[in-house]
Write a protein that binds this ligand. Structure first.
Ligand SMILES: C[S@@+](CC[C@H](N)C(=O)[O-])C[C@H]1O[C@@H](n2cnc3c(N)ncnc32)[C@H](O)[C@@H]1O
Length: 317
């Protein structure tokens, strides 16, 4: 393994905020889309997007040094496989969120253990999204990104025909709709706040949307799916969510949690960084196996399986 110089390691981290912001700006200007048909001079791109040409050139040059876009002759850029990823719905939304609302929030992260979002935006993230429908739609599209990978993970679960799966905090319902394509014998309930942006054509014929709060009541089902929900909340709130589910869950019900189980050690693992985003946004957290065991027990469940990104549990009697 080649050694990285300490200066290089520190530099990569120091400039991280600039890369996040630069990507957010160009994604917001839809530069990947503007380059979809082939190379273009930065002057054209600037005119079309209303950006300052010199600034746009500098943003694209910096990103091109990381393989996101390429400058083929002075001031003329084309897409690369990395920038083409931003042509797909979800990745471009993530780029704008990371480089915008989340960037502003992370800029206020400190060592107090408190969420920074309310201090910057004046309310919690969910209430703010309810007031900003465009951002809500962006967030829902971003969350739906990567559903293929999540469906693959869910294949480890024993799905049984006739069972009702409640996707608690199921967002726009795309994950449950995909799961039912693979397992058409399942019935599905997507449970979330009323303001999620949904494709209503997904619903009907065995899949319904129920609006509500998982701090109050959830529908009855055989399987409760929690896809990246519990990492949004601190232990006290996450325990409340689990207890709400436990009240509605029949004894035989199973809990399927799509969240990371942070491994010990120093290896790179994306959720070690997402953990800090959860902290800044919600005072939430990613958890290791011991923390999951404690949380599940407090919520009335016991684990039966831990994978790196999936946990299964049953009701404690
Ligand atoms: C990180 S997203 C996960 C969405 C989806 N499960 C997925 O994996 O893509 C968290 C979801 O929790 C929902 N949520 C937040 N507070 C809620 C509440 N009190 N009751 C029900 N859903 C809530 C949000 O609207 C959002 O859709």
């Amino acid at each position: 393994m080649s050694e990285v110089a300490p200066e290089q390691t520190i530099w990569e981290v120091l400039r991280g905020a600039l890369a996040t912001r630069a990507l957010g700006i160009v994604a917001g200007l839809r530069i990947p889309q503007a380059l979809a048909a082939g190379p273009r001079p930065v002057g054209d791109l600037a005119r079309e997007t209303g950006a300052d040409a010199d600034t746009l050139h500098r943003l694209l040059r910096a990103l091109a040094s990381e393989g996101i876009f390429a400058e083929e002759e002075r001031g003329v850029f084309h897409n690369t496989p990395a920038s083409e990823l931003l042509l797909t719905s979800g990745w471009d939304d993530f780029a704008v969120l990371f480089g915008g609302v989340w960037y502003d929030t992370v800029g206020r992260l400190d060592a107090s253990g408190k969420a920074a979002f309310p201090a910057v935006f004046g309310s919690d993230f969910w209430a703010w999204l309810a007031e900003h429908p465009e951002e809500r739609a962006r967030f829902d599209r971003a969350m739906a990104q990567g559903s293929d990978t999540r469906i693959e993970r869910l294949e480890a679960v024993d799905w049984r025909d006739g069972e009702t799966v409640v996707d608690v905090g199921g967002g726009n319902g795309s994950l449950l709709a995909e799961l039912r394509k693979a397992h058409p014998g399942l019935r599905g309930i997507v449970f979330d706040l009323p303001e999620t942006t949904r494709d209503e054509s997904l619903f009907g014929d065995g899949l319904e949307f129920v609006a509500g709060s998982f701090f109050e009541r959830v529908p009855e089902g055989d399987v409760y799916l929690l896809g990246t929900i519990l990492h949004d909340w601190d232990d006290a709130s996450a325990t409340k969510i689990l207890r709400t589910i436990r009240v509605s869950a029949p004894e035989h019900a199973r809990l399927v949690v799509l969240d990371a189980v942070v491994p010990p050690g120093n290896e790179p693992f994306g959720p070690k960084w997402l953990d800090l985003l959860m902290l800044a946004m919600f005072a939430g957290r990613e958890r290791d196996e011991e923390q999951w065991r404690t949380l599940l027990a407090a919520g009335g469940f016991e684990p039966v399986r831990f994978d790196e990104r999936l946990i299964e549990a049953r009701c404690r009697s």
